[in-house]
Design a protein around this ligand. Structure first.
Ligand SMILES: NC(=O)c1ccc[n+]([C@@H]2O[C@H](COP(=O)([O-])OP(=O)(O)OC[C@H]3O[C@@H](n4cnc5c(N)ncnc54)[C@H](O)[C@@H]3O)[C@@H](O)[C@H]2O)c1
Length: 321
């Protein structure tokens, strides 16, 4: 018999803490950089008129993972989430299915975790205050992970009434809701908006500011102007994705940014490259383009699998044969 545990969204979030997610995602970047974890390119399957499906595979540490996830922008009007899907985790030696997880929760945890990992690695050494722009599903988890990662104070902002206030209350002492300008005035700012309109312009930049831009994870999306992007010291999670479907895309297409100007986060985390902290004698303005990687999803699925092996209860399972 083959019974496969299934973790729904709430169970994923109960099984993998933000702190565990941060450690797992950091390790994933390092092991991918060292060639120990592999990740073929993401495959897009358009569903014309509705959205697209994405298949994101990765393998590492004796495990193989596939995230099969949608982006259907009109879904909220139908009472459905924009993003729906599943993560499948298999044994890489036997191919045995090991675990099924809700992809939305895995995505939120790994996306939030990378904001915390990048902020710690790339922000100024004396940075203490975080800003979060966009407090939807993934912005809220970025804020939770930043807080778990040691950012004891911050400003969250969102145009929807009450959303930022509710999140700030949950985050607790040191965190508050504020305006976009107040959020952008913090030391390390994570933007997690839909990417339909720019929220960062060159006028918002200043020496020592660190930006994580997470909202632009596909073609046609942007959270910063091309001038703002081109004015920063640049980092990305993966060049191909960032150059073709991320925040860097427009600046690359306009010839304002080249491959040589962009450092992979994994190279910094693996100790190969210093996070550039100065430009023209002043603290640099740094920008990390996160497009979202399958290795991050594998990191969360692996952490959940380890927790189950350690005795955490899955609650439900499916009998495949
Ligand atoms: N980089 C990654 O790994 C990754 C992972 C998941 C999602 N995403 C992307 O992140 C974006 C947000 O995803 P989500 O699931 O959190 O969406 P969501 O709809 O749950 O949240 C988006 C939030 O942004 C707010 N917002 C819109 N315009 C804003 C503005 N000008 N200033 C501040 N806030 C604003 C909205 O009110 C909303 O609360 C999407 O583009 C999504 O595709 C990226």
């Amino acid at each position: 018999m083959l019974d496969v545990p299934v973790l729904d969204g709430a169970a994923v979030l109960a099984t993998v803490s933000p702190q565990a997610a941060i450690e797992a995602v950091l390790e994933a970047f390092v092991r991918h950089r060292r060639g120990e974890w592999v990740m073929p390119a993401k495959v897009y399957l358009p569903s014309p008129g509705f959205g697209d499906f994405r298949a994101m595979p990765a393998r590492g540490d004796g495990l193989a993972m596939l995230k099969w996830i949608s982006s259907f922008p009109q879904n909220p009007a139908r009472g459905l989430p924009t993003v729906l899907g599943v993560v499948l985790l298999n044994d890489a030696e036997t191919s045995e299915p090991l675990l099924v997880l809700d992809a939305g929760a895995v995505t939120a945890l790994r996306t939030g975790a990378v904001a915390a990992v990048a902020s710690r690695a790339l922000a100024a050494a004396d940075a203490t205050a975080a800003g979060v722009v966009g407090c939807g599903v993934n912005g809220a988890w970025a804020a939770r992970c930043l807080r778990a990662g040691g950012w004891a104070e911050g400003v969250v902002t969102d145009p929807r009434t009450g959303v930022a206030e509710t999140l700030a209350e949950e985050l607790g002492a040191g965190w508050r809701a504020g305006s976009l300008a107040e959020a952008l005035a913090q030391d390390a700012v994570s933007c997690v908006t839909p990417g339909a309109a720019e929220v960062v312009t060159e006028a918002d930049l200043r020496p020592g500011l660190h930006l994580n831009l997470l909202g632009a994870d596909g073609p046609g999306k942007a959270e910063a102007t091309v001038d703002a992007v081109a004015a920063c010291e640049l980092f990305c999670d993966e060049w191909e994705q960032a150059a073709h479907g991320g925040e860097l895309t427009r600046a690359v297409a306009a010839g304002r940014v080249t491959r040589e100007q962009v450092t992979d986060l994994g190279a910094v985390l693996n100790g190969e490259r210093q996070a550039c902290r100065t430009r023209d004698g002043l603290p640099a303005t740094t920008l990390f383009d996160s497009t979202g990687l399958a290795i991050q999803d594998l990191a969360i699925a692996r952490a959940a699998h380890h927790a189950l092996l350690g005795g955490a209860a899955a609650g439900q399972s499916v009998r495949l044969r």
